[in-house]
Design a protein around this ligand. Sequence first.
Ligand code: PHB
Length: 390
Amino acid sequence: MAYRSGLTRVAFALAGALALAAGPAFAQGKVKVGFMLPYTGTYAALGNAITNGFKLAIAEGGGKLGGRDIEYFTVDDESDPAKAPENANKLIKRDGVDVVIGTVHSGVAMGLAKAVRDSNAILINPNAGADEITGPMCAPNIFRTSFTNSAPGYAMGKVAADKGYKRVVTLTWKYAAGDQSVGGFKEAFEKGGGKVVKEMTLPFPNVEFQPFLTEIASIKPDAVYVFFAGGGAVKFVKDYDAAGLRKTIPLLGAGFLTDGTLEAQGAAAEGLLTTLHYADQLDNPKNNAFRAAYKKAYGLEPDVYAMQGYDAGQLLVAGTKAVGGDMSKRDALLKAMHTAKIDSPRGPFSLSRANNPIQDFYLRQVVGKENKAIGVAVKAYEDPATGCKM
Ligand code: PHB
């Protein structure tokens, strides 16, 4: 008995010494990472691609964050802004996550960003473009690896003006992403001498496009600019083609129109021009390696969402590495993330003062099943981060 308790004492002392030697990583247990993404509805494929991309970057980083194991938590946000505060707090308050990866829909992202601002958690936004998030809502613990909504629109507005189009009709879902995308397009297009002659909208995520196609056919603009994504983008491109408009009135889009969708759109998408911060066959070593690794891991071609999820993972790997996995060194962690140079498949980027990528926007054309880069529409675009005080 005396012998056994002596042994127990030794074991405890040893465990304590090991914990001290291993430092905070040992003391803090696993890093908790929460995914708040859409896994159902029109953006479901986007949420899955982001999750896959993120996990690929973690696997390439050795499956750990700063030497610590990871515990994942998942919430399907259904792209429903009304449920955003409750869903965000499931991860932040109930599960106590260190980091949230979220989300796709701008309206949901604004609710999520608000919840994160009031907490100790860190947000990495792998898609939603709401200009506000890296504008008036900016914060040292809020990062984005995607874009601001107005940016791809701005790039296409410039392309459309350079092509000499004068009268353009716009169509989108009526919410922040569509409004800001069209806003960016209009700003650049009208600065370049064009005129947006009609702005049409329908509620998210409706796909009853027929009345709009009929009206476009009667207005006969020089081109049409749209923001749609996911399942809605698949249907819009097919409907536009079926209405006989693809060959007569050029369809222009923010690149989401044809990203992750080409398999389903088939020939209806052939030749379409879009602008985005990514293109499938960008010929840089990182993109080639990323595409091969993604295909090997998941049996799928990656898209812009997978790439943004991958970079969210790379950003977190860089930050946690700098603090040896010690999430209590918050200032050092946030600084390491803010100053990280990300070797991205889109091309290398760093973050603006508002933690938004500074990046090129490519002009792409659909050729077969690929979005092929045919030029750079805007070089090293830095969102102005209007209203960001930090
Ligand atoms: C958004 O709501 O910000 C959003 C959604 C889907 C996209 C791009 C932006 O593909």
